[in-house]
Ligand binder design. Structure first.
Ligand code: GCO
Length: 260
């Protein structure tokens, strides 16, 4: 491949990307990374104020960013948001289902409401937003990219995070289900499985010396990952470079799942 071909392969210019839960952490890093690769990015969170703050940060860097505050776990909120995109002429070419929450508690103590809240945000939301996105991609006849954010717990469970792990296991299979139904419409749906990443959600773990030591001794890189280290894989799965890749999960975990 000549050197002139590579930049267009990963270039996201002219594409519009919705990244759910992108006011901070992994979502914000992915929004920034896709914008730097040329995409127009739609920043999402439930709260308008944090969305606006994140959009301003990206715009201050000269990046093409707009905001959309809606609750990804609420069907009516999702449908209203997409009706708004339709009215604004915002056609989503790339969806990253990133929104997620964590709840750490032994199952025998876990309330059904907490189980349901995690499942609603970490799994059902990806279905709701994915469905709204795919309906429009299919209607437009141009296909597109869906990236669902999984976890190491898409592959193996850790005690006290059952609803999170079950949801993330579901995310892995949801990408495969999306591929099964939507590949014929030139939609590629894949997952990214981050390892232990330095984010607000994991602050309590980072600050726990024994947990911190466990993370560093459990992956051959012997360190936590940075949110920005997920951007390259996201650009790959969001770009023409992955047009024949579907239903896969790529673990960005320092080698954690590959070694005993
Ligand atoms: C936990 C963490 C993990 C990480 C990540 C690992 O409590 O174990 O929150 O769930 O966030 O998902 O891949």
């Amino acid at each position: 491949m000549n050197s002139n071909a590579t930049p267009s392969l990963f270039d996201l210019s002219g594409r519009t990307a919705l990244i759910t839960g992108s006011s901070r952490g992994i979502g914000f890093a992915l929004a920034q990374g896709l914008a730097e690769a040329g995409a127009k990015v739609i920043v999402n969170s439930r709260q308008a104020a944090v969305v606006e703050e994140a959009v301003k940060k990206l715009q201050a860097q000269g990046l093409d960013a707009v905001g959309a505050a809606f609750d990804v776990a609420d069907e009516a909120s999702v449908e209203a948001a997409f009706a708004g995109f339709d009215q604004q002429g915002l056609a989503i070419d790339i969806l990253i289902n990133n929104a997620g929450i964590q709840h750490r508690q032994p199952m025998v103590e876990l309330a059904l409401a907490d189980w349901q809240r995690v499942m609603d945000t970490n799994l059902t939301a990806a279905f709701l937003v994915g469905r709204a996105t795919a309906r429009r991609m299919i209607a437009r006849g141009q296909g597109g990219k869906i990236i669902n954010i999984g976890s190491l717990t898409s592959e193996a469970a850790r005690a006290t995070v059952a609803p999170y792990a079950v949801a993330k296991g579901g995310i892995k299979l949801l990408s495969k289900a999306m591929a099964a139904e939507w590949a014929q419409f030139n939609i590629q749906a894949n997952s990214i499985g981050p390892g232990y990443i330095l984010t607000d959600m994991n602050e309590a773990l980072v600050n726990n010396p024994s947990f911190d030591a466990w993370v560093k001794s459990s992956n051959p890189a012997q360190r936590w990952g940075q949110p920005e280290e997920l951007v390259g894989t996201a650009i790959y799965l969001a770009s023409a470079a992955s047009n024949y890749v579907n239903g896969q999960i790529i673990y960005v975990d320092g080698g954690w799942l590959s070694v005993l």
